[in-house]
Write a protein that binds this ligand. Structure first.
Ligand code: SF4
Ligand code: SF4
Length: 273
């Protein structure tokens, strides 16, 4: 065997196999696997806006309290946008605060999107980030400690996504994903102001404070919002969240539909609160 054949391949050079919605893979995760809860320790768990919305509700906290107790703020690499990750415990294994030995995840029904996706990763070959993007692809992420790949249960990617509830989450978060993809695709020297980053954080992650900002400041005097939409935003956090994404698209990229009122223009939704 010549030297070339003896050399170990550079794992960073191995491209993941691209999978589509109908691709199949074998995997199962249950309390009987020897590695049960190993994946809930020592890993970075990025939280999406919808994760924060549901987790803070589950824990009966305001978004502000949830962010302060359970999360850390980071800047997205290459993106210069704030992202939020789970604050891990200061124990030997850097455990997720919601994992319990033998029991598993104590917020399982409201676990974050990242936890639901595993063992799948998702990527896109194009700029578009809408749901059903034809350039979207998937790949399996095989952690050495994960024995789930040795199980016999077989899934298609579509079946796994539906079973884990990621479809609905991707749909709600689509506007946020779009903001991140847009920012990443700008030249690196185009930086956001501190104020823009704070507004992005407020609209995307701190939903209760954003609600106050929209309904209890001069915001509604400055932006004309359709009465029906405003009512839905009052009633429903998801509607408010998606409004926030669109407002950020206008504010950061001048492309959304939420435009400031012209000077002297009357409000269609009253004079605000
Ligand atoms: S390491 Fe893999 S198989 Fe084990 S608990 Fe985590 S996801 Fe399930
Ligand atoms: S949120 Fe639940 S599933 Fe996700 S890492 Fe923590 S314990 Fe595990």
């Amino acid at each position: 065997m010549d030297k070339k054949n003896k050399e170990k391949p550079d794992s960073s050079a191995i491209l993941p196999v691209q999978m589509g919605y109908n691709s199949r893979f074998k995997f199962d995760c249950h309390k009987g696997v020897k590695c049960f809860t190993r994946c809930c320790r020592g890993i970075d768990i990025m939280l999406t806006p919808y994760d924060i919305l549901t987790m803070r509700k589950r824990l009966e906290l305001s978004s502000e309290e949830f962010l302060a107790i359970f999360t850390e703020l980071k800047l997205l690499e290459k993106g210069d946008l704030p992202i939020v990750t789970m604050k891990l415990l200061d124990d030997d294994q850097r455990s997720c605060p919601f994992v319990r030995d033998g029991q598993g995840c104590i917020i399982y029904e409201d676990r974050p999107t990242t936890c639901r996706y595993y063992p799948l990763g998702v990527g896109s070959l194009s700029y578009a980030s809408e749901p059903d993007n034809p350039d979207e692809f998937f790949f399996t992420v095989k952690e050495d400690h994960c024995l789930g790949f040795e199980e016999d249960k077989e899934w298609t990617v579509a079946e796994w996504r539906e079973d884990q509830g990621v479809d609905i989450r991707d749909k709600v978060n689509a506007g946020w994903t779009d903001l991140i993809v847009r920012k990443k695709s700008l030249p690196a020297n185009i930086k956001l102001s501190e104020q823009s980053k704070q507004m992005f954080f407020l609209a995307c992650y701190n939903i209760d404070k954003f609600r106050k900002f929209v309904f209890e400041s001069t915001f509604l005097q400055r932006y004309d919002i359709d009465g029906d939409r405003l009512e839905k935003m009052r009633q429903d956090d998801i509607q408010l969240l998606q409004f926030g994404f669109e407002w950020m698209k206008t504010t950061l990229f001048s492309e959304g539909s939420i435009t400031p009122r012209k000077a002297g223009e009357k409000t269609s939704a009253g004079d605000g609160e």
